[in-house]
Ligand binder design. Structure first.
Ligand SMILES: Nc1nc2c(c(=O)[nH]1)N[C@H]1C(S)=C(S)[C@@H](COP(=O)(O)O)O[C@H]1N2
Ligand SMILES: [Mo]
Length: 351
């Protein structure tokens, strides 16, 4: 392939790997398995295209070791390889933990830094494609790389299965099972820094408000009803746990409040300010849980009450709920809120 064709293919492949990687974090339903496959394939494509690129620039990288540009190139190459190795090792089953972080965490971190470095590199160095870089032959060659990458992914899966690697046991999301049906015995996780003080179950109330005929507040004991759900909490950090949850269906609470015709979304807000919204019909099927495996929900798992949202990744399962807010639109600021909530005093957030 011509240099610029290689470089632009590499940029596209890396961009696609980044985008599909982000996408996997919000994919929790089995029908979305192909997002994970696509992420694997774009990752392998990046690796395949890196080979002609490195062969081409090797004479500039290695002898020029004293120039800053060569260092930037070497660091980027190392990051790309680290991202790839961590990703492959994670799906194969490597349970290695380095400095408290598993291989998936490192894969994500390296991938993020790599994307930033590559974007900077392209701003400085990218050259436009000329006619000869866009020829049919060049397109066919790039296509051959893509085909090769698409074939590696099923091969990888076959290999993991045949060799009986631990990765064969993983869920379609890549997550490993931990402490299913253990009541409160599964890991306690926060997205960023949420760590509120325990809430007083006796005086705590959950408010249902927004686009409803009548707002109301409900106590912990009132929520301790007979609605039950067996659902899988699948954290983007790489573990999943299946539990029996008990509490009250959100649909029942919404019916009691009387949803107005313009309502389309339901936002679940934590006392910490952490929040997420779901489409109305999906929200109706979720559960406000006060028990897990028959035990009262522990503080770490979100007591007095937390959201159980089947098919959504763990970060949607808002803990330490304060508010159910019926809206006409989703809440774009939730993307910021989940990342900063723990850094803001919860008294200032209200709810
Ligand atoms: N208020 C609040 N809810 C939250 C979080 C958080 O940081 N704050 N973390 C989410 C994430 S990332 C996950 S995986 C689950 C973890 O639930 P657990 O601690 O019961 O395992 O809670 C979710 N709910
Ligand atoms: Mo998570």
């Amino acid at each position: 392939m011509r240099p610029r064709t290689t470089d632009w293919s590499l940029a596209l492949a890396t961009g696609a790997a980044f985008a599909t990687g982000l996408w996997t974090l919000t994919t929790g339903q089995v029908e979305g398995w192909w997002v994970f496959a696509l992420h694997g394939a774009t990752g392998y494509l990046t690796f395949l295209l890196l080979i002609p690129k490195l062969v081409r620039v090797r004479n500039r990288l290695l002898p020029g070791i004293r120039s800053p540009r060569a260092w930037a190139g070497l660091a980027t190459t190392a990051l790309a390889l680290l991202t790839l190795v961590c990703g492959i090792a994670w799906v194969s089953g490597g349970g290695i933990v380095v400095l408290g972080y598993n291989l998936l965490n490192w894969h994500i971190l390296f991938g993020l830094v790599l994307t930033v470095l590559l974007s900077a590199h392209m701003v400085v160095r990218a050259k436009p494609l000329r006619t000869e870089d866009r020829s049919r032959r060049q397109a066919l060659r790039a296509g051959a790389f893509a085909l090769g990458a698409a074939l590696i992914w099923p091969l990888q899966e076959r290999l993991i299965g045949t060799l009986g690697l631990p990765g064969a046991q993983r869920r379609f999301t890549g997550s490993r099972e931990v402490a299913s049906f253990s009541g409160n015995g599964f890991p306690i996780v926060s997205w960023m820094a949420d760590r509120p003080a325990p809430l007083d179950v006796a005086t705590w109330r959950l408010r249902v408000t927004g686009l409803v005929s009548e707002s109301f507040a409900v106590s912990h004991d009132e929520l301790d009803a007979r609605d039950e759900l067996t659902a899988t909490l699948d954290c983007t950090g790489g573990f999943y746990t299946t539990q029996h949850w008990r509490g009250t269906r959100v649909g029942a609470l919404l019916d009691r409040a009387g949803v107005l015709p313009e309502a389309r979304w339901v936002r679940f807000v934590s006392v910490t300010g952490y929040r997420w919204s779901l489409p109305l019909e999906q929200a109706r099927e979720t559960l406000i849980a006060v028990r897990v495996g028959g035990e009262p929900l522990s503080h770490g798992h979100g007591a007095p009450a937390r959201l159980v949202a089947p098919g959504e990744r763990g970060f949607v399962w808002v803990k330490w709920l304060a508010l159910i807010d019926v809206r006409a639109e989703p809440d774009p600021a939730q993307l910021v809120a989940i990342n900063v909530s723990g850094f803001v005093a919860s008294d200032d957030v209200g709810g």
